[in-house]
Each structure stands twice: as C-alpha cells, then as structure tokens.
Design a binder for this molecule. Structure first.
Ligand SMILES: C[S@@+](CC[C@H](N)C(=O)[O-])C[C@H]1O[C@@H](n2cnc3c(N)ncnc32)[C@H](O)[C@@H]1O
Length: 530
C-alpha cells in the first residue's frame, strides 16, 4: 500500500519517509515536531495548516493513551525480531505503566501478536487489499484495533476512535483515514461473522489454522503428534487438536517452583500463591509480580512451568543401580537459562550429590550461574558442589565418559509445546527448523549416553511434541546402540497428591499437553545405560 499524503512538498509514504527516504519519526514512529524556523511553509504546507484550522480542536490534538502507544511500540520491536516477554516488561518499566494500564498493554500486544493469523485476513477484506500491500506499521495499528474490536470488552466507539488516534500519532494523517475506514468496516460484523467470512471456501484444516491463528504446518505437526504419542486416535484427533489450539491462545498461568531445601510450597502460599495440584513442588500465582516474593527474588524459588518441574522430579526419582548408584553425580547437559538445573541442583544438594550444569552459549551459561547462585551457597554449607561449565554438550561424552549417574538432555528444540507463552514464536518458526535441529538433538543424546555410568539414567526432554524432535530422535539413537534400554517413564509422573498423572500417552515415553495437564507440551524419555 502507499497511502500518499497530498501536497507539493516532499511526499511522504505511510512509513513516514519523504521522497528522499528520510524518516521523520522517533522510536514509536511518532512524527517529530519541526524545530522553529527549520523550514519555510510551502504552499502545500500552508494548505495543510488551513485544513488543520478547520478541524475540530479535539480531533487535531487527539493523541492516544500511553498503554496503546506502548503496545504499538512493542509490536514494532517484535516485528524487528524482539521477544514479547522481554521487550514489553522493559517498555512498561521505562514508561512507568503499572496495574490496569500495564495489563491492558500486555493483553493488546499478546493478543494482537498471537491472533494476527486471523486478524490479517479480516484486515485484508476490510481494506480491500492483501495485507502484503499494507505498510507493516499501519498493519500493526490495525491488528491492535481489531483485537480490541473482536476479542476485548472495549466499547466499539472507543476501539475505533483510539485506534484512529494512534494511527494519526504514529502512522500519519493519511494512514489514519485509511485505518478509520478499516476499523469501521471491521466493527460492522461480529467475531463469528468475520470467522465465517475469512474461512469460507477453505479446506477444514486450513480453516482451523486461520480460525485458531496458527500456521498450517504447525497445525499439521500438532495433529500428527497427538496421534503419534497415543493421546488421540484419528477419530478424536480433530476435537483434541481444537482444544489444544484454543489453549495455545489462552495466556498461561504463572507457575512457581519451590526449590527443595531452599524454599517450601508453604512459603509461596504465604506470599499469595495457591498450591499446584499438578506438581508437588509447585504453586500458582493468581495475580501480582513473582519478583515481589522474597523466595523468588533470592533464587530459592522461581517461575517454572509445572511440566518442567515434573520431568526434573521424574529424573531425580528414577532408580539407578550398579556403578552409577555407588557414586552419584548429576549432569544437566543443556542447562541454559537454568530452570530445570535450579530444581535438579537443589535436590542433588539435599542428597549431597555433586551437580554439573553445562551450557554452550556464554550468555546463557551466565544466566545458569545466576540461577544456581542460591544453590551454590547451600551446596557449600553442606559440603557438596554445584558447578557451571560453558562448553559443547556434544563433547562431554567423550571428555567425561561413564561418570554421571543421572543426565538430563533438555534439548534445543522448536518450542512448539510452549506457544501459549511466546505469542510471536508460532510465526517465527519454520518447518525447516525441525530438520535443522535433528542432527544436534541426536548428537547431544548420544553424548549424554556416553557420559552416563552403567546403571545410570538419561532423561531426554523437549518443550515440543513434534514427532521428529521426540520419539524419532530417541528411536534413532537407541537403535544404533547395544548399551541402553528405554524405560517406561510414566510411573514417575505423579501429581501433587502423589497420584499417577492421567493420559501420559501410550508409553514408554511421556507426552504432556497444555489442554490435558495444564502444562507446556513437554516430552520426556527415560533411558537406562546398561
Ligand atoms: C531447551 S533449552 C534448555 C532449557 C533449560 N533446561 C531450562 O530448563 O532452563 C536448550 C539449551 O541448549 C543449549 N544448547 C544448544 N546447543 C548446545 C550444545 N551443543 N551443547 C550444550 N548446550 C547447547 C541452548 O543454548 C539452550 O540454552
């Protein structure tokens, strides 16, 4: 699209650039005021000034509120590659937005980012042009407006007026007229009518992908995973898939873990959390900032998905025998940023077992050090060790063969099991990523097996249920070796009351699901070294 501004001076497209490609906008894309005397008024500027004076002052001065402006800035940064969960809290802090304003901006950014697979076709119909022909900045404004109109309880007039005010402020007056027309058209139909309009004529899988705002390849991969892990049959897969996609579009609750020996669930409950029914070490924070809880601030507790807690607890409770049992030593091969290492290290320390966390990336290794600081201090008190090492996990098996009793490989993966936490992730991942990670995942698992002492156990985990990152990796690595056996891991997954967790798949592996267990879709395989 090129919504040109009129007049004979430098023409500006709706990217805010003039004919010479100069950008006259600040970080928000907001127009910077010209310095006094910087430029003479051209006839066109004169006309524009006359036009402004015929506008109602309320219209002329109309600026949107800080929450919407912050949401727009976050959307632009996400478009440039930022992560929503990092950029938004930073902007909220910088702009001192708290409470309801912060909540509103968060809902706008997360909702508009997550749902633009549905909103873009709606925008295309309302704008009467493909979204590829709408400037990305203007499209972000529209996505925020459509989310308010179709998914939030913002009154229609406020959603339209505020979106137009935002467009005028950040996209320019020409674009604001265009946004106004699109918002009015969107407001003429109900959400259901829009879904019917954008899915008409599509095959059922594609219609589901658009309605649930997921890339088609992700929908296909998740359906295959539901069947391949034994969670659904081909008859029940579609209903199950729909529930899964719905939960992917629902903000995840804030789960906390009390690291054993450092904090207790009771301490988290005293701070306002409720005990988790899923994890014996877990609690759920209904509202408020986790960072305001002393145990979290001090690294004795942390924010952690209950699925991650369950698999760390499962690895810690698996039986080891032989040489591995004689001298226990634990390894987390791919530890960054340290969530599971934090829980495993705390358990190891209580049992006076040395713990090593390995991570290839220097920055992430530093995060692991920070995460384990409280555990390290406790280890010193109890005369044991917690170490962090930066290095390639693929080399550990050869460098330190057969010395660890329990090894976790929480492999780098596509993260398709944690889409509800990362609104932009579904749009960034590509089917080629799965193949690109395949070799690394196999090499890391093989190295972990080499590093494990006879009688020891290896836990292979991913936060993706994709069959190529889970079952097929384990199958391929195990079939090449005669020194391992796959164990049935299901019995090790127990809820907070100690009862077996239901619906873990057909075994021997465990596949957790957000719509079944309320956790991320974590995969876990338990392998014994013979
Ligand atoms: C899924 S994350 C691990 C998450 C972590 N276990 C936690 O709970 O916080 C995978 C990690 O593997 C690391 N990684 C990637 N390639 C690696 C390699 N060759 N050796 C060791 N770590 C690697 C990544 O940098 C990333 O930090």
């Amino acid at each position: 699209m090129s919504e040109r501004r009129g007049g004979g001076g430098p023409r500006r497209d709706d990217r805010g650039r003039d004919d010479r490609g100069r950008d006259d906008r600040g970080r928000d894309g907001e127009r910077r005021p010209e310095r006094r005397g910087e430029r003479q008024r051209t006839p066109a500027r004169e006309r524009s000034a006359q036009h402004r004076s015929s506008q109602r002052p309320s219209e002329r001065a109309r600026r949107t509120d800080p929450a919407r402006l912050t949401a727009y800035t976050a959307m632009r940064e996400i478009d440039a590659g930022a992560y929503a969960n990092l950029v938004l809290p930073k902007l909220l802090r910088e702009r001192r937005l708290h409470g309801r304003d912060a909540g509103f901006a968060t809902e706008l950014v997360y909702g508009a980012t997550r749902m633009h697979g549905l909103y873009d076709p709606i925008a295309a119909i309302a704008a009467d042009r493909p979204v590829e022909r709408i400037d990305p900045r203007v499209l972000d404004t529209m996505r925020l407006g459509i989310h308010q109109l179709l998914a939030m309880r913002v009154p229609t007039h406020a959603a339209v007026d505020e979106t137009v005010a935002l467009a005028r402020q950040v996209n320019g007056a020409g674009a604001a007229g265009f946004v106004n027309a699109v918002m009015r058209r969107v407001s003429e139909r109900s959400p259901d009518e829009w879904v019917a309009a954008v899915t008409a004529g599509r095959d059922p899988r594609e219609a589901l992908a658009v309605r649930m705002s997921h890339p088609l390849w992700v929908v296909g991969a998740l359906r295959a995973a539901l069947i391949g892990h034994g969670t659904a049959s081909s008859e029940t897969a579609d209903a199950e898939l729909e529930r899964l996609l719905e939960v992917d579009n629902t903000p995840a609750k804030v789960s906390l873990v009390a690291r054993p020996g450092l904090a207790t669930v009771a301490e988290l409950v005293d701070a306002g959390a409720t005990p988790s029914s899923t994890s014996p070490q877990g609690a759920v924070l209904p509202e408020g900032e986790p960072g305001s809880i002393p145990a979290v601030r001090e690294g004795r507790a942390a924010v952690q998905d209950e699925g991650s807690q369950l698999l760390a607890l499962a690895l810690a409770s698996a039986e080891v025998s032989g040489a591995a049992a004689e001298q226990e030593r634990w390894l987390d091969l791919c530890a960054g940023p340290g969530g599971k290492a934090g829980l495993l290290a705390a358990i190891a320390i209580e049992r006076r077992i040395p713990f090593l966390a390995n991570e290839v990336n220097a920055q992430r290794a530093e995060l692991v050090r920070q995460t384990l600081a409280a555990a390290e201090a406790r280890a010193e008190e109890l005369g044991t060790t917690v170490e962090v090492r930066q290095g390639d996990g693929r080399e550990v098996g050869e460098a330190s063969p057969a010395i660890f009793s329990r090894v976790l490989v929480d492999a780098p993966c596509t993260g398709l099991g944690a889409l509800r936490r990362r609104p932009e992730a579904r749009w960034r991942r590509q089917p080629t990523d799965v193949a690109a990670l395949a070799g690394l995942q196999r090499e890391l698992l093989a190295s972990a097996i080499d590093a494990t002492a006879p009688g020891g156990v290896i836990g292979y985990a991913t936060c993706s249920p994709h069959l190529n990152e889970t079952r097929f990796v384990v199958r391929d690595v195990v079939k090449k070796r005669s020194d391992v056996e796959v164990l049935d891991a299901r019995g090790l997954f127990r809820d907070a009351a100690g009862e077996p967790l239901p619906r873990l798949g057909e075994g021997p592996f465990v596949q957790l699901w957000p719509h079944v267990h309320g956790t991320d879709a974590m995969f876990f395989a338990l392998i014994r070294k013979l």
